[in-house]
Design a protein around this ligand. Structure first.
Ligand code: SAH
Ligand code: SF4
Length: 349
């Protein structure tokens, strides 16, 4: 089987090239090419042809192919549907903020966590993405729009901590100064609460923002919408967050999708505030986005504002997230696995 060369670090490339009796500087050159988004070895113009040929025999360069590009008429957000080498499809979203461009990347094809409000997990997990496939989503967006991406959120399809090794490799590569050079402080990793993964991630001490998809103030409600809570309940999740924060000293972000009649009462806000005491954090309130397979609705605007105000009154730093790309199904929880090209955005137009 050929080696996935875009997933290799500079040290791993140096080792590979020394096995091929090549000098060290070649590894640095090849790393730069790979991380700049080249798609073939022949594009590496300062590498001798015979070496390019040997590399092409032993390795492959993972790419993603744009099969659909949808631009929101409301806010300019762009959703990409990418095809992978094996015919699977994933989605990424490019958003423009005042401080620059952010890409929301997928980390898996599908997801096995099965949260009841989310489209990504409807059919379960098909496979993990490699680090190179995560990087390629950013490279393609940069090249397609002739821009530099400054921020990344691992909040697309998939559970990054259920694909732990590839997610860690991605974080190391994307922040390499000779690569995409996106600082870890500009990266958020969102998890539904895989406690074992949070504990392992802590050991790396990455200064990323950890985002926790909490969505409920107690185990009763959380069990009813998130299967993962039956394995790791809220107490164990919040303990992992406290321990994580001791190491990274970074503010934790809690995501809370407000679902009408499920988790949106004033009592829920009070209970949530109580549970988050002592954690330096920010709560992101996301009015639940519609997914046609479930009946969840977002509460009305007044209720959302009241929930937010109540958290703030209780001393919690909270904001309501602006919805981007609503007209192109690019919002949280709306990214789904496509099986064939005809499946794309059937509800558009
Ligand atoms: N698997 C990871 C990251 C991807 S999901 C996680 O769950 O955190 C990205 C965010 O979208 C999560 O906070 C998720 O809970 C939220 N989300 C999923 N479905 C949603 C929906 N229908 N409306 C609003 N947010 C949703
Ligand atoms: Fe998976 Fe996250 Fe969707 Fe849950 S919310 S099913 S963990 S992608």
């Amino acid at each position: 089987m050929k080696t996935d060369i875009r997933s290799m670090s500079q040290n791993e490339l140096t080792e590979l090239l020394s096995e091929l009796n090549q000098p060290k500087f070649r590894a640095a050159q090849i790393f730069k090419w790979l991380q700049s988004g080249v798609e073939t070895f022949d594009q590496m113009t300062n590498i001798p042809k015979p070496l390019r040929e040997v590399l092409a025999e032993k390795c492959y360069i993972a790419n993603v192919e744009i099969v659909k590009r949808l631009e929101s008429k409301i806010d300019g957000t762009v959703k990409y549907v990418y095809k992978l080498f094996d015919g699977e499809y994933i989605e990424s979203v490019l958003m423009k903020y005042e401080h620059g461009y952010t890409v929301c990347i997928s980390t898996q094809v599908g997801c096995r966590m099965g949260c009841s409000f989310c489209a990504s997990g409807l059919e379960g997990l098909f496979r993990n993405l490699t680090a190179s496939e995560m990087l390629a989503q950013i490279m393609k967006a940069q090249i397609d729009n002739n821009i530099r991406v400054s921020n990344v959120v691992m909040m697309g399809m998939g559970e990054p901590l259920d694909n732990f090794d590839n997610s860690v490799k991605f974080l190391q590569l994307v922040s390499d100064q000779d690569g995409l050079n996106i600082g870890l402080r500009h990266i958020s990793l969102s998890t539904s609460g895989v406690v074992s993964g949070i504990e392992k991630l802590k050991e790396y001490g990455f200064p990323i923002t950890l985002s926790i998809s909490l969505h409920a103030p107690n185990d009763n409600i959380r069990n009813s919408i998130m299967r993962v809570n039956k394995k790791w309940n809220i107490d164990s999740l919040l303990k992992a967050c406290r321990d994580y924060q001791k190491v990274t000293t970074r503010r934790i972000s809690f995501e809370y999708a407000l679902i009408d009649g499920v988790n949106d009462t004033p009592e829920c806000a009070d209970e949530l505030a109580k549970r988050l005491k002592g954690i330096m954090c920010h709560v992101n309130l996301i009015p639940a986005n519609p997914v046609k397979e479930n009946n969840f609705k977002k509460p009305d605007k007044q209720k959302i504002i009241r929930f937010c105000d109540r958290l703030i009154k209780n001393g919690v730093n909270a904001t309501i997230r602006r919805t981007l790309g609503a007209d192109i199904d690019a919002s949280c929880g709306q990214l789904r696995r496509k099986v064939k090209e005809g499946d794309f955005c059937e509800d558009l137009q």
